[in-house]
Design a protein around this ligand. Structure first.
Ligand SMILES: Nc1nc2c(ncn2[C@@H]2O[C@H](COP(=O)(O)OP(=O)(O)OP(=O)(O)O)[C@@H](O)[C@H]2O)c(=O)[nH]1
Ligand SMILES: [Mg+2]
Length: 233
């Protein structure tokens, strides 16, 4: 592969002007047991019924993802266009590297779910390097992908202080969001921050607002209105 192809994103987001359909693939990546599946389950619970499809989980053993989870979300905005979001999780266990690469292919944005516990620092770092090398194998530079880093499991003890987390990521320009996904905290915020990044990327690469006539605030409101901030009981 020549270096110029590395500078381009391998696959384009599906922006169909004729049908006015926007299909975006979002992948939740991170080390084993960091809470990726939990994030998708919570988003499923927070999304209104008529916009969400069934969450598909393929496949599990002792609650560990073996292949991936998939959550489709789809809705129209102002009767003018449709947004289809395809949310995936990768399996975090080290041995599933090849599966992660396949699931990652064509991702328009990545939410990296880190485990805040101090004991997980090296697993987080390993997984982020694994993300970088899997993107590279797909012809994509990690700095070209819209990202958010979630520091999950803030409810546990012996976690990295947020100042330390923020300091460590400051230089990258990638936003960090604290979360306790199992309690639903920070899940929607992570998703929102990632979508903002994704919109800005679409704007930069595809002049999104002039093609589709959608400003960032309209896009964000259009998406977020389909989610409630607390899960219905
Ligand atoms: N205490 C605590 N536990 C959490 C939190 N989020 C997830 N968990 C738990 O952590 C375990 C693993 O969560 P999963 O969502 O299955 O993790 P995963 O990242 O999908 O793991 P793999 O599929 O193996 O990659 C489960 O028992 C969750 O309930 C959290 O914020 N706090
Ligand atoms: Mg999982």
């Amino acid at each position: 592969m020549d270096s110029s192809s590395l500078h381009r994103r391998q696959s384009m987001p599906q922006l169909n002007l004729d049908t006015r359909e926007i299909t975006l693939k979002i992948v939740y990546y991170g080390p084993a047991l960091s809470g990726k599946t939990t994030n998708l389950q919570q988003l499923h619970a927070l999304c209104e019924n008529q916009s969400r499809g069934d969450m598909v989980t393929l496949d599990t053993q002792d609650d560990r993802t073996l292949y991936f989870d998939f959550l489709p979300i789809e809705f129209g905005v102002d009767g003018a266009y449709r947004i289809k979001l395809k949310l995936f999780t990768v399996p975090g266990q080290v041995m599933h590297r090849a599966t992660r690469r396949v699931v990652l292919a064509g991702a328009d944005a990545v939410a990296f779910i880190a485990d805040s516990q101090r004991s997980s620092a090296s697993a987080n770092a390993y997984s982020y390097r694994d993300l970088e090398s899997n993107l590279k194998a797909n012809g994509i530079r990690i700095e070209d992908v819209p990202q958010v880093v979630q520091f999950n499991k803030r409810d546990l003890s012996d976690i990295k202080p947020l100042e330390e987390v923020r300091e460590a990521w400051k230089g990258t320009g990638i936003p960090t969001v604290p979360a306790s996904a199992v309690h639903g905290d920070g899940v929607l915020e992570t998703f929102r921050v990632l979508l903002e990044r994704l919109y800005q990327d679409l704007e930069k690469r595809h002049s999104f607002s002039s093609k589709f006539g959608i400003a960032e605030s309209e896009f964000m409101d259009g998406v977020m209105q389909h989610f409630s901030s607390t899960a219905a009981s």
